[in-house]
Write a protein that binds this ligand. Structure first.
Ligand code: FAD
Length: 195
C-alpha cells in the first residue's frame, strides 16, 4: 500500500508538537511526515529577551528540528503557496527554483508575523523580537548605546543614549506576575547604574 504524506508548514511550538504526536501514533511505513520551516531550528521565544540582554546565548533558545524530530523529514524551505484543490504545496528550493510537493494531509502551523505597522512610527524606530537574528540585532544596538554613553562627556547626551533610546512598547515575559510597568522600571533602574 502506498504511504500517505502529511505536510506540516511551520516548525514552531504548534508544528513541532503536531509532528511529534503524529509520529508517535502513526506507523512509519504507512505515513510519511514532512515539516517545512524557514529555519532549521525551533525558537524558544520566552527567552529571546534574555538573548537580547546577553544573559543567555542564542544557541540555548534554538532547538534543532532534525534532532527533535527523528523519522520526520525536515525541510528548511519557505512554503509560498498551498493548493488546496490539487493537494500540493509550492516552496522555494535551495537553488531558488519553485518546486511542488504533493500531500494527502496538510497542517498549517505558520504562527504569527511581526507587524510593526500597528503603532504609527514604530516601523521606523523599533526593533522586532521574534527570531534569534532579531534578538542579536537588538543586543548589538543596546551594547552600542551603552558604550557610547560610557564615553560621552555631555550629561544630556549620555542620558539620551541611556534613556531616550529605550521605550518598551510591549513586554513579553515568562513570569506571569511581572507586568509591563515593572519590566520598564527594572530596565530603567539597571540603566541608571551606568550613569
Ligand atoms: C519575544 C516573545 C516572547 C514570548 N513569550 C511567551 C511566554 O512567555 N509565554 C507564552 O505562552 N508565549 C510566549 N510567546 C508567544 C509564543 O512564542 C507563541 O504563542 C508561539 O510561538 C506560537 O507558536 P506557533 O507554533 O503557532 O508559531 P511560531 O512559534 O511563530 O512558529 C511558526 C514557524 O513557522 C515558520 N513559518 C511561517 N511561515 C512559513 C512558511 N510559509 N514556510 C515555512 N515556514 C514558515 C516560522 O518561521 C516559524 O518558525 C512569546 C512570543 C515572543 C515573540
Amino acid at each position: 500500500m502506498k504511504s500517505s504524506r502529511i505536510v506540516i508548514i511551520g516548525g514552531g511550538f504548534a508544528g513541532v508538537k503536531c509532528a511529534k504526536t503524529l509520529r508517535k501514533s502513526l506507523p512509519r511505513d504507512k505515513y510519511e511526515i514532512v515539516i517545512f520551516n524557514r529555519e532549521n531550528h525551533m525558537v524558544f521565544h520566552p527567552l529571546l529577551a534574555e538573548v537580547a540582554g546577553a544573559s543567555v546565548n542564542p544557541d540555548a533558545v534554538a532547538a534543532p528540528l532534525r534532532q527533535m524530530l527523528p523519522h520526520v523529514r525536515c525541510r528548511t524551505e519557505a512554503v509560498q503557496k498551498i493548493d488546496l484543490d490539487h493537494n500540493y504545496v509550492e516552496y522555494e528550493s535551495h537553488d531558488g527554483q519553485m518546486r511542488q510537493m504533493a500531500y494527502d494531509h496538510v497542517v498549517i502551523a505558520c504562527g504569527g508575523a511581526v507587524n510593526l505597522g500597528m503603532v504609527p512610527g514604530m516601523a521606523d524606530h523599533a526593533f522586532p523580537l521574534k527570531t534569534i537574528g532579531d534578538a542579536m540585532a537588538l543586543r548589538a544596538h543596546v551594547m552600542q548605546q551603552l558604550e557610547k554613553a560610557e564615553v560621552c562627556d555631555d550629561v544630556a547626551r549620555k542620558r539620551w543614549h541611556l534613556f531616550a533610546n529605550f521605550e518598551i512598547t510591549q513586554a513579553a515575559s515568562s513570569s506571569p506576575c511581572q507586568d509591563d510597568e515593572m519590566a520598564r522600571d527594572e530596565c530603567l533602574a539597571t540603566l541608571a547604574h551606568c550613569l
